[in-house]
Design a protein around this ligand. Structure first.
Ligand SMILES: C[S@@+](CC[C@H](N)C(=O)[O-])C[C@H]1O[C@@H](n2cnc3c(N)ncnc32)[C@H](O)[C@@H]1O
Length: 261
């Protein structure tokens, strides 16, 4: 039994710059650490919505001096699972990208299949699939985009533990686990699947070694680490919020409110 020797950078220094409501919240520390580890030149996200996962990839790139570009692809109209939404979501994402990630982000407001022609084969280091979550849609997104991923590149799948409504990412990812040698599944939150495309040179990185070690002890430890990391992030966020609220009171915020009503 080998032991986990890995101290995630996210635990040391990650303070999310973007915090909006999304079930992706449980996987932010891992997203940060993965980018820090693999130093992607090209990141592509299919399904961006309000940008929680996307801007975490971007933040990790900037804070770790990674010279890459991140492409955000979404029709920004919604789908059967998110329901339709208005243009304010896209405008907010656009503003955040301009303010914080000018020059490293491209927002591609279009359908996934329309964006395919803009990418060469074997060109993407990190692909995140988070569009519509039916079995058929996830399968189609994977099969059409997988050729664009570099050998050795990483593909992430959100919602691989969600067994609600007609969600089928879990089923499709189970099939991939059977056919791909290097996969990993985080079970917390709504689940996150990780797959490394065969080929390429496998860099000797602690995080990748742990993800794809196949060692049950390490797998459990890594899963626990990221459950703790997500709780830690939430606790720190609440503490910060509490501090802001209480320091607001001390500055006379309450009096002001009382006076204004
Ligand atoms: C679950 S949300 C993405 C969540 C996001 N990654 C986060 O961090 O919260 C799915 C998004 O995919 C988009 N979408 C679904 N199918 C699409 C398609 N075929 N082409 C373009 N956008 C699509 C929807 O508009 C929606 O905004």
């Amino acid at each position: 039994m080998s032991d986990l020797l890995y101290f995630p950078p996210s635990l040391q220094r990650f303070e999310p710059k973007r915090m909006v409501f999304s079930t992706w919240v449980d996987h932010l520390p891992f997203a940060y650490d993965l980018v820090e580890a693999i130093r992607p030149k090209t990141v592509v996200e299919l399904g961006v919505y309000n940008g929680l996962s996307f801007f975490t990839f971007c933040q990790a790139m900037v804070e770790n001096d990674i010279d890459g570009v991140a492409y955000a692809i979404d029709c920004w109209e919604g789908d059967e699972h998110t329901d339709a939404y208005d243009d304010s979501i896209f405008k907010d994402v656009q503003q955040h990208a301009r303010e914080h990630y000018r020059g490293i982000t491209y927002l591609m407001k279009m359908f996934f299949h329309e964006a395919l022609r803009h990418f060469e084969e074997d060109s993407i280091d990190l692909l995140h699939i988070d569009g519509l979550h039916t079995y058929e849609a996830v399968k189609e997104d994977f099969e059409s985009w997988y050729p664009k991923v570099k050998p050795g590149g990483i593909v992430l799948f959100h919602d691989v533990m969600a067994r609600i409504k007609d969600f089928g990412a879990w089923k499709f990812f189970e099939e991939l686990e059977g056919s791909h040698p290097e996969t990993f599944k985080f079970n917390h939150g709504f689940g996150l699947g990780v797959l490394r495309k065969p080929g390429g040179e496998r860099p000797d990185l602690p995080l990748l070694n742990l993800l794809f070690s196949g060692d049950e002890h390490n797998i459990q430890k890594l899963r626990q680490t990221y459950v703790h990391a997500s709780h830690f992030l939430e606790a720190r966020r609440q503490a910060k919020r509490f501090k802001e609220l209480t320091s607001g009171k001390n500055k006379g915020g309450q009096g002001k409110q009382a006076g204004g009503q």
